[in-house]
Ligand binder design. Structure first.
Ligand code: MRU
Length: 351
C-alpha cells in the first residue's frame, strides 16, 4: 500500500476518509491502526487496497466504513471503467466486514446507480457523485445527532463512552462524540471517562486522542473499571455509537457495550445510543439476528507482537455485542430522540 507521511500542524488531523482528484482519483485514508503514535495517510488506488483497509480497521467505525466502500466502487473504475468492474467491486467490498450495516447500505446505493445508469460514458461520474453524496449526508447527519443529543446532557456532566464514535469513525464530528463536541460548542463543561476498549483500544488510542485535541477532559479506564467508576464517582450518562440497530431498537456496538449497559441500568444511569438512520436495519427485529464479526485470536493474545497468553490457548474474539432495547434509555438520530425504544416508536421515527 502506498503511504504518504506529510507533517500536520499540532492539534490538527486530516479527515479519516477523503477522495483525492476527480473520476480517476483515489481514496485517501488516515491509517487508524497507527494512531495516536503516527499520523500516516494511505492511498487506496485499487479495490483490493480498500478491502484490506476496511478489514484491518485502517478505516473503521460504521459510517466511515460505508463511505470508504462507496468510494471503493469508484476506485474500481481506475483500471477499467465499466459496469462489470463496478459490479464485482460492490460484491467484493461487501465481504470485508459483516456487522456494520452502513457498509451494505452504502453499497446498495452504489448498486442503485449501477442499475439506473443508461450510458457507460457517464457511469464513473455518477458513481463518484453518489459516493460524494453519501459522504456529505453523513457529515450533516452527524452534526444533527450532536444537536439532538446535546439537549439530553446537562452542564457539568460526566459521561462514559466506549470504543470510538467520533470524527474518525464518520465523515466528521462523530455520533456519540458529536453530542459531546456540541455540548462543548454550547459552552457546557463535560468530562469523559473513555473505556480503553479491548482488544483493539479504540477508546484509549482514538477517543482519548480526539477528546484531547478539543481540550475536553478525558480519563482513560480499562473496560473492567467502568462498574467501579459508576459505583464510586459521579457518572451522569453513558453515550455510545452503534454498528447496526434493529427495528425494535436492539443495538450492536463494540464488544463490551452490553456490559456497560447492564452496569448503567444497575446504577440508574441513563444509557444513550447515538447513530444516523443509515445504521438502522429495519429488516431485522431481534438483535440476536445481527451477524457478529469474529476476529483473529492474535488480536487478544498477541497484540502488537507481544505474547500475552500461553501458546495455542483457545481464544474467543467477537468484535461486537448486542445491547437489548430495554437497556437503552434513548436512541439519538439526526431526526431526533426516541425515548425507551420499541418497534412501533423506531419505525414511526424513521418513516
Ligand atoms: O471495529 P470498529 O472499530 O469498526 O467498531 C466501531 C464501533 O463499534 C463504533 O462504536 C460504531 O461503529 C459507531 S461509529 C460512529
Amino acid at each position: 500500500m502506498s503511504a504518504s507521511s506529510p507533517s500536520f500542524p499540532a492539534n490538527s488531523a486530516p479527515a479519516a476518509v477523503s477522495w483525492q482528484g476527480e473520476e480517476k482519483g483515489l481514496l485517501q485514508l488516515l491509517d487508524q491502526t497507527l494512531l495516536p503514535a503516527e499520523m500516516r495517510l494511505i492511498d487506496c488506488d485499487t479495490v483490493e487496497k480498500v478491502w484490506e483497509a476496511i478489514k484491518m480497521l485502517r478505516v473503521r467505525g460504521a459510517p466511515a466504513i460505508g463511505i470508504a466502500a462507496a468510494y471503493g466502487v469508484v476506485v474500481s473504475q481506475r483500471s477499467r471503467a465499466d459496469r462489470e468492474a463496478a459490479q464485482s467491486a460492490t460484491k467484493y467490498l461487501a465481504t470485508s466486514r459483516p456487522t456494520a450495516v452502513n457498509l451494505f447500505w452504502a453499497l446498495k446505493r452504489m448498486q442503485a446507480i449501477l442499475d439506473g445508469n443508461q450510458d457507460q460514458a457517464t457511469l464513473t461520474a455518477e458513481l463518484l457523485a453518489e459516493a460524494r453524496a453519501i459522504h456529505a449526508e453523513d457529515r450533516e447527519m452527524c452534526h444533527a445527532i450532536g444537536r439532538n443529543g446535546a439537549d439530553l446532557i446537562d452542564n457539568h456532566s460526566t459521561l462514559v463512552t466506549h470504543c470510538n464514535a467520533g470524527g474518525l469513525a464518520t465523515a466528521e464530528y462523530g455520533t456519540a462524540l458529536s453530542v459531546i463536541f456540541t455540548c462543548q460548542d454550547q459552552g457546557k463543561q463535560i468530562e469523559v471517562f473513555a473505556d480503553e476498549t479491548r482488544p483493539l483500544w479504540q477508546g484509549s488510542r482514538l477517543t482519548a486522542w480526539e477528546l484531547q485535541q478539543r481540550n475536553i477532559p478525558v480519563t482513560v479506564i480499562c473496560d473492567s473499571m467502568a462498574a467501579h467508576v459508576m459505583q464510586t464517582r459521579k457518572v451522569d450518562a453513558v453515550i455510545v455509537g452503534a454498528d447496526r440497530i434493529t427495528a425494535r431498537g436492539d443495538a450492536a456496538n463494540k464488544i463490551g457495550t452490553y456490559s456497560l449497559a447492564v452496569n448503567a441500568k444497575h446504577h440508574g444511569i441513563p444509557f444513550y445510543v447515538a447513530a444516523p438512520s443509515s445504521t438502522f436495519d429495519l429488516d431485522l427485529v431481534d438483535g440476536k439476528d445481527i451477524p457478529i464479526e469474529q476476529r483473529n485470536a492474535s488480536e487478544v493474545v498477541a497484540p502488537y507482537d507481544t505474547t500475552l497468553a500461553p501458546a495455542d490457548v483457545s481464544v474467543y474474539n467477537p468484535a461486537f455485542d448486542v445491547t437489548p432495547a430495554e437497556l437503552i434509555t434513548a436512541l439519538v438520530t439526526e431526526k431526533g430522540v426516541v425515548q425507551q425504544p420499541t418497534e412501533e416508536k423506531v419505525r414511526a421515527h424513521l418513516a
